[in-house]
Design a protein around this ligand. Sequence first.
Ligand code: ATP
Ligand code: MG
Length: 355
Amino acid sequence: MSKRRITILPGDGIGPEVTHEARLLLEEIAEALGEQWTLDEALVGGAAYDATGSPLPDETVALCKASDAVLLGAVGGPKWDHLPGSTRPEAGLLGIRKQLGVFANLRPIKTWPGLLLASPLKPELLSGVDMVIVRELTGGLYFGQPKKRVEDGAAVVDTLYYTRGEIERVVRQAFMIAQGRRKKLTSVDKANVLESSRLWREVVNDLAPEYPDVEVEHILVDSAAMQLIQRPNQFDVVVTENMFGDILSDEAAVLTGSIGMLPSASIGLDGPGLYEPVHGSAPDITGKGIANPLASFLSVAMLLRHSLHLDEVATQVEDAVLSVIESGCRTRDLAGPGEEWLGTKEISSRVRSDV
Ligand code: ATP
Ligand code: MG
């Protein structure tokens, strides 16, 4: 019997509401497998700041590092907006990513046949969209030094710095993910102007022979931005550097039209992965029992697949979410005008009873 440890970080806003349902799901899965899993909870974000004065207490870091995976709700909210940088809830999130060494951020973007009307794009463009954007998370322009005002404030410098090793490890993750999917890898860069992109492209081409079953294409980021809208179903796995990935993954998220349905994973080489819904803490609906927990359920599916290697169970969770949506159940964020919808707990039990 295998013993798994998962740390749950409920965080702020609707985070505790959605992770509570995700916890029930994990408990039921463990029970069905006849395994005993340890599910610990720890503080992060504004909740941690209020209790301890730090958005990322040492105990939280220690617990996360000792687990197989970490499931996060959301952090932040207006209550903590006045705080200085290092004590802000968001600093807790950046801190835990850094502590866990998670350098690849995975954002699956999938349109749901029953939800195409929620998107601003035409339904005929959207059917069959099923891609994963793999974004490099810990290097590039956001972290390179120097990063400062120069010339007495009259000029400014940010640095786009990548080592070959940093590129290689994230690109390898992307190749492996592509092998488990439709076997197409699109690498996005700006190799016509950026030296860093020329190295990026070189690394992708150098690794390609090791993954002969994967078809590789390179496209420029400006073209990628257009094609995500014009022909989104051509993409399978997209890999790109930090800033391009940040922008393209938000653009792609809009395709689905439903932020309450989008999961994400951040993974490293070994050590626990960090799983979280794409949505934020949603202060406007906190405590009302109407938050959509399905992005958290789909994040649990990613956790099962990538950290616990329970592929089949992961697919079962995804299928249960799909079938509940297909059966017409909606949460408030997914419901059209006049359409009935279910609260957090109701939709959670529908899905869980299907898993
Ligand atoms: P952050 O800065 O944390 O990303 P935000 O305000 O930019 O916060 P969200 O917190 O994701 O973004 O909220 C955006 C909108 O989507 C809000 O109106 C919120 O109520 C809604 N929303 C977000 N997540 C959910 C959810 N799980 N269920 C229902 N509605 C949601
Ligand atoms: Mg936001």
